[in-house]
Write a protein that binds this ligand. Sequence first.
Ligand SMILES: CC(C)(COP(=O)(O)OP(=O)(O)OC[C@H]1O[C@@H](n2cnc3c(N)ncnc32)[C@H](O)[C@@H]1OP(=O)(O)O)[C@@H](O)C(=O)NCCC(=O)NCCS
Length: 173
Amino acid sequence: MLIRRSTDADLDRIDVVHRAAFGEPGSSAEPIEVALVRALRADDGWVPQLSLVAIGAEGDVVGHVVCTEGHVQGGRAVGLGPIGVLPALQGSGVGAALMHAVLGAADAMDYALVALLGHLDYYPRFGFVPAESLGVTAPDPSWGAHFQARTLHAWTPEVTGTFRYAAPFDDLG
Ligand SMILES: CC(C)(COP(=O)(O)OP(=O)(O)OC[C@H]1O[C@@H](n2cnc3c(N)ncnc32)[C@H](O)[C@@H]1OP(=O)(O)O)[C@@H](O)C(=O)NCCC(=O)NCCS
């Protein structure tokens, strides 16, 4: 498997990945993540270095992850998501490869913190802890411990307060 930055030529295939990863089985409803990635790409918070695709054996995009610039006091931070892998390939390490690659890239860019809303079974293996334990609070307090953060080399204890995602996340309702 290859992990690389996404290009404009990958856009349609990235839609396919998120449509399959987040779609409800048996439903034709478009999952919000498809439009979210497109909106993020047009937003000031887009960081091209942090939009990565996984390439499968046939040369197709089989997974995608993106981090976009968010806001928190005391340091530069990004929000991670969406991350999606084609259902047929889930559980084979594609998601982990994308996570390690995007965290390394964010660290190399001197971001201090990566925040996400996600499962407590999955993200702690990548160093995520409940953000509250670092003094960083979720945009929505009801998210509780599912709002997690991973500190990077540039992190200091001054990174605190409420995390704000890039604007397109606010339009999710
Ligand atoms: C979440 C996702 C990106 C992980 O990618 P992946 O390639 O399946 O993950 P990996 O193969 O690296 O890791 C598999 C491990 O993650 C766990 N895992 C995968 N998805 C999970 C989920 N939604 N909740 C909890 N654990 C999950 C598996 O149980 C497995 O655990 P194990 O290693 O202890 O057996 C992928 O499953 C996916 O696209 N899911 C649908 C979309 C989604 O929910 N995105 C994340 C939103 S928070």
